[in-house]
Design a protein around this ligand. Structure first.
Ligand SMILES: Cc1cc2nc3c(=O)[nH]c(=O)nc-3n(C[C@H](O)[C@H](O)[C@H](O)COP(=O)(O)OP(=O)(O)OC[C@H]3O[C@@H](n4cnc5c(N)ncnc54)[C@H](O)[C@@H]3O)c2cc1C
Length: 392
């Protein structure tokens, strides 16, 4: 057995998730991809098994087992089904603003519903004209008595149409740039809220990605999270904690594809021996496995940092590095897995074709990998390092 950095409790929980995935999620993965239907049966399974409790504290009905455990569980689920891993990850993404900056009253009202899985969550930052440059958003919110009235459109929102609560970012001051952004909790039934359309996609086909329309959408003033103008800082703090989730999903895809390619290569024979015995194939498998292990090192490290309460630039950089590296490894490993399977890799009967399509999104959402590189470089330039050459 290899070196194992997890505690006995974490290993036990991982074993439970692994068994659930093997028995109930893996057999559904191909059909979820084929049908493009949101997997309510997997939601129900996760509700019953307590999977949605993983990102939450015990006082809110969660397991209180910390962020590293969420990442480990997401990796296990994504090994078999990337769409299903998003059910857990977006439950965390959509509730992080509330966890980080919400009032005790807001937390008590909503977090137990997320921990049980009764409600699903969503995070709505992106707009048609503002993805990477999210501060250029045009959605507005104005105070009107005891309410805020939101106007605008949000694009590419995961869990659109299935979430009960949306964390929505909007400008309360249009002249203040990112300092004019505020954060609101919008319930699906709020007047003026609707989901205009769902996008057909290359991968993660069972996950909904949709457009939210806020047309004079009225929410109680008590649904403001934090203070007016704090929204952008909240959105960025959320991403520091959610990007590791994308990294975990990516690593699951990479490891799942590597494991599948390994098994295939042991039994598929050409020129009188298993293809795993051909050195060019063996080298691919070795590179895939090594990159997965390196990715896991970055991922677990950032999970431990969050669990130890690390905040600020160190976390921003570590989260961006984990997301960047794990997603690039996912794209490489799934593409190589298709290659190892030859023609069979390219057809739908084998899961590596789906994994390769699913992997692509991990290089794009929650900040493209170009943006992650900019973030990492920005943090490097801020750090003061003693240079071996003596230059300042
Ligand atoms: C399936 C899916 C699910 C999503 N889920 C959510 C969600 O739940 N909530 C949410 O808020 N958003 C979500 N998104 C949005 C996603 O985060 C954005 O699509 C992403 O951040 C990129 O923004 P964009 O599409 O506007 O691309 P753009 O910002 O237009 O970027 C286009 C290209 O230019 C590059 N680029 C942009 N600026 C720079 C720069 N300064 N330097 C170098 N290169 C640059 C980008 O890397 C990219 O390659 C989702 C998107 C998809 C496809």
């Amino acid at each position: 057995m290899g070196y194992e950095p997890l505690t006995a409790e974490q290993r036990e929980l991982r074993a439970a998730v692994r068994a659930l995935v093997r028995e109930k999620v893996a057999p559904r993965a191909a059909a979820i991809d084929e049908s493009h239907e949101f997997p309510w049966d997997v939601v129900e399974l996760f509700r019953e098994a307590g999977v949605f409790g993983l990102p939450f504290e015990e006082r809110h009905g969660g397991t209180g087992t910390g962020t590293l455990m969420v990442l480990v569980a997401a990796e296990e689920i994504a090994k078999a089904c990337a769409t299903s891993s998003l059910l857990l990850l977006v439950q965390e993404l959509g509730s992080l603003a509330l966890k980080l900056a919400g009032s005790e009253e807001q937390k008590a009202r909503y977090l137990p519903k997320f921990a049980s899985g009764e409600w699903l969550a969503a995070y709505a930052l992106t707009e048609a004209g503002s993805g990477s440059d999210s501060a250029a958003m045009r959605t507005t919110a104005r105070r009107d008595g005891d309410s805020y009235v939101l106007d605008g459109t949000k694009r590419f929102i995961t869990n659109a149409g299935v979430a009960s609560l949306y964390t929505v970012f909007a400008k309360t001051d249009g002249d203040a740039g990112h300092r004019g952004v505020s954060c609101f909790l919008v319930e699906a039934g709020a007047p003026g809220f609707s989901v205009a359309r769902l996008e057909p996609k290359m991968g993660i086909a069972g996950s909904t990605t949709g457009e939210l329309v806020l047309a004079g959408c009225r929410v109680p003033a008590g649904n403001l999270v934090g203070e007016e103008g704090e929204g952008f800082a909240i959105a960025m703090r959320v991403l520091d904690r959610s990007r590791p989730g994308v990294a975990a999903q990516a690593l699951g895809l990479a490891q799942g594809a590597t494991d599948y390619a390994l098994e295939y290569a042991k039994t598929r024979e050409t020129f009188g021996k298993p293809i795993a015995q051909h050195q060019l194939v063996a080298a691919k498998l070795a590179d895939m496995e090594t990159r997965c292990e390196a990715a896991r090192g970055l991922l677990y490290r950032v999970g431990q940092m969050i669990d130890e309460g690390v905040e600020g630039p160190a976390l921003t950089k570590a989260a961006a590095m984990a997301k960047l590296f794990c997603s690039d490894v996912a794209m490489e490993a799934t593409t190589e897995a298709v290659q190892v399977l030859g023609g069979y890799g390219y057809i739908r009967e084998y899961p590596v074709e789906r994994m390769m399509r699913d992997a692509k999104i991990t290089q794009i959402y929650e900040g493209t990998n170009e943006i992650q590189r900019l973030v990492i470089a920005r943090e490097m330039l801020r750090e003061s390092r003693a240079s071996a050459l003596g230059a300042a």
